[in-house]
Write a protein that binds this ligand. Structure first.
Ligand code: GLU
Length: 411
């Protein structure tokens, strides 16, 4: 088993390459990262010291359009992780059928240890060190784990200053007041629930009797939980990185989110059974939604997963080994590149609005998102028949096929 995310991404690609009978040279091109950058950049800390931070930007493939993908700020950021994530972005943009390629980046930093002004200086300094690589037609970053709309605004400002003219389309996921799109913040969670609704149609799941467990209450998990409840599903379990809450009668989400805001923890929230994050994944439920980090379902716990369906809202939450076990057990996974594509889809809408100097209503954003992600789901579901394979492999095959069709000839 591999703990190396990039090896996992390559393994997925190779599986699809066999199915599509791709020639070796094409596989080699898809397996390599077009451009891989590491920068070490200085940041002035509040006490006057200068510290050096390490950041990455991996540009996997731009056959279908400018590179696109988030930036994460976390101590866990590694080269292998961002390489894998950049490849997944290529497939994600192809599945969502938006005109972008794939990239990802990040900075090795624990944002909890920085003051607001340090965070601002770090964000701007990082952009100064990668500005030559990015641009509205070149590479368009966005938020990811522990990066916020505010951080995107600082970065877009810094980029605009460097190039000498306001360039909001260089970065998406900005606050609405800084050229962001209405609905962007909720888009990944909202898109995931549109996917849940499509899945319900093809599998005859009735929302009122369908139990859902969500791991992770960050931006993605909390909006997913909220929209799922509004759509009539039974959310029976939620968790943050330390504590999980389970109540078969349903979770009082408002209360839980308020408690977390006030106390910084879910522990002691009451009205639900407390357990570990790992145990929550193994509870009885119809739908399990890992919405936190990669590799949480592994060959170590895949045998004990009781859900019938998994909707991957995190990137890469199921390892390839676990995937084999789940498939053998008849558990259907909706792959990350489809189910969490709502975020990048609305990023695309934001980019379009910035380039055309338009402002779309939230209603228009949501209805366009629904159209795009529903089509992506239906295309993927039908691809199972076409490729005679499981849902995940079919979705990946569809994506890879679209990218291969766009690969420029090598002269
Ligand atoms: N970070 C998000 C993702 O993994 C969004 C990327 C984007 O909007 O470009 O899909």
């Amino acid at each position: 088993m591999s703990n190396d995310p990039f090896q996992n991404a390559l393994q997925q690609l190779n599986q699809v390459a066999n199915l599509l009978k791709l020639d070796d040279q094409t596989v080699k091109r898809l397996s390599s990262i077009d451009k891989s950058i590491q920068v070490n950049f200085p940041v002035k800390m509040d006490d006057g010291r200068v510290e050096i931070f390490t950041g990455y930007r991996m540009q996997h493939n731009n056959a279908r359009g400018p590179y696109k993908g988030g930036l994460r700020f976390s101590n866990q950021v590694s080269k292998s992780e961002v390489k894998a994530l950049s490849m997944w972005m290529t497939w994600k943009c192809a599945v969502a059928d938006i005109p972008f390629g794939g990239a990802k980046g990040g900075v090795v930093v624990d944002t909890k240890k920085l003051s607001e002004s340090e965070l601002k200086r770090l964000s701007k300094s990082f952009i100064r060190s990668i500005h030559q690589l990015i641009g509205p037609q070149q590479d368009v970053p966005a938020p990811d784990m522990y990066t916020t709309p505010q951080i995107m605004a600082w970065m877009a400002d810094e980029y605009s200053k460097i190039v000498g003219s306001p360039t909001p389309a260089v970065i998406t996921g900005k606050p609405v007041r800084s050229g962001g799109s209405l609905g962007r913040n909720k888009a990944t969670g909202q898109g995931g629930v549109f996917v849940l609704q499509e899945l319900s149609k093809v599998t005859s799941l009735e929302p009122a009797t369908t139990q859902v467990i969500i791991q992770g209450l960050g931006n993605v998990g909390s909006f997913f939980a909220d929209f799922a409840i509004k759509a009539g599903y039974q959310v029976v379990g939620v968790s943050d990185s330390r504590t999980a809450l389970y109540n078969p009668e349903g979770i009082d989400l408002k209360r839980v989110l308020n408690y977390k805001k006030q106390n910084g923890t879910l522990s002691g929230c009451g009205s639900a059974q407390e357990m570990s994050n790992a145990d929550l994944l193994e509870m009885e439920t119809d739908v399990l939604v890992p919405a936190a980090i990669e590799s949480v379902i592994t060959e170590g716990n895949a045998d004990r997963i009781k859900a019938k369906y998994i909707i991957e809202m995190a990137n890469g939450p199921v390892t390839p080994e676990a995937d084999k076990i789940l498939r053998r057990r008849g558990i259907v996974s909706v792959p990350d590149v489809l189910s969490n594509s709502g975020g990048v889809t609305v990023s695309y809408f934001e980019w379009l609005q910035n380039l055309n100097n338009e402002k779309w209503s939230e209603q228009k954003v949501i209805s366009e998102l629904k159209k795009k992600i529903t089509k992506a789901f239906i295309d993927g579901w039908q691809a199972r028949e076409k490729f005679q394979t499981d849902f995940r492999t079919a979705v990946y095959a569809l994506a890879v096929q679209r990218v291969v069709a766009a690969l420029p000839k090598v002269k």
